[in-house]
Design a protein around this ligand. Structure first.
Ligand SMILES: C[S@@+](CC[C@H](N)C(=O)[O-])C[C@H]1O[C@@H](n2cnc3c(N)ncnc32)[C@H](O)[C@@H]1O
Length: 275
């Protein structure tokens, strides 16, 4: 039987050749768990079977595999303590700019972007905020652009919003439209949110931003790659005095890269770039 690490490596290189998606920088255990689940779901006999089907040019299977490897799980106001800190400490500071620029990398199906947009809205600065959400998964991006979600998820949105210790007068009622089966963010919200394809591994900066959020994406990459991206892409994309958000499991406090950055509060990985 072929060694699973070698098999994974072969599959990833083949996938890269067929589709141009490069997962070779991703953490192996995570990928292998996803590939194992994929093999089971598609009734394949094992890594060799998957490899042969990809080699035969099964483009449909390759696209499905990409969907499985890019984990698009997200939630509204995920880790609400981040949004609380943004509301109380960050948005008031960056609101001094005439035009506020925000970049969410690995935005998945848009939940983080719209949560941010809600926060800028209740701070009454949404009209002058430009939010850019990027991801490599085009299916996820298309769903994000639509800004429409199953009605059950309205509970999640409202629950997470309530968890934050904000003034109870704030409401999201005029940010969304509700129908029988779904709810969607309205035109005023969607107008400020732009979604576009960008690969964090190979893509460049989109210019200086006042807020850059890259949460729950770096965790899937090798440590060296994480640090390279933070140093070469994320930090240089933050304007002086601006902020960088990393996920709760993506702290790099002890690394030299962030040594001259100020952490905004304990318990949340929000860093301010020096002026
Ligand atoms: C788990 S989701 C995180 C969503 C959101 N940031 C959150 O915290 O809820 C990770 C997202 O990163 C995207 N992703 C994975 N690799 C990427 C890459 N190389 N460049 C850009 N996005 C990537 C996936 O497609 C997925 O949508």
């Amino acid at each position: 039987m072929i060694d699973p690490n070698i098999a994974t490596d072969l599959i990833l290189h083949l996938l890269k050749r067929i589709t141009d998606y490069d997962f070779t920088h991703y953490s192996l255990p995570v990928l292998q768990r996803r590939i194992d689940a994929f093999i089971k779901k598609h009734s394949l006999t094992g890594y060799s079977d998957l490899f042969v089907k990809l080699l035969e040019g099964d483009e449909g299977l390759a696209q499905k595999l990409i969907q499985s490897l890019t984990i698009t799980y997200s939630m509204f106001f995920r880790d609400p303590e981040y949004f609380e800190r943004l509301h109380f400490s960050v948005i008031p500071k960056i609101s001094v700019h005439a035009k506020i620029k925000v970049w969410s990398l690995g935005c998945a199906t848009g939940e983080e972007m719209y949560s941010l947009a809600c926060l800028f809205k209740i701070n009454q600065v949404l009209e002058r905020t430009q939010l850019i959400g990027t991801d490599i998964n085009e299916v996820a991006l298309e769903r994000a652009r639509q800004g429409s979600y199953a009605l059950e998820r309205l509970d999640e949105l409202e629950h997470q919003f309530k968890v934050m210790k904000l003034d109870r007068r704030y409401s999201l009622i005029d940010a969304i439209d509700v129908t029988d089966q779904s709810f969607s963010f309205n035109q005023k919200m969607r107008k400020q949110c732009q979604f576009t394809k960008h690969n964090i591994v190979s893509g460049g900066s989109l210019g200086l931003m006042h807020l850059v959020s890259c949460r729950n994406l770096l965790i899937y990459l090798h440590r060296d790659e994480q640090l390279r991206i933070i140093q070469d892409l994320l930090i240089p994309s933050v304007a002086p005095g601006g902020y960088l958000l990393l996920g709760s499991a993506e702290s790099i406090d002890l690394e030299f890269e962030l040594s001259n950055m100020k952490k905004v509060a304990n318990g949340v990985n929000i860093y301010q770039i020096p002026q």
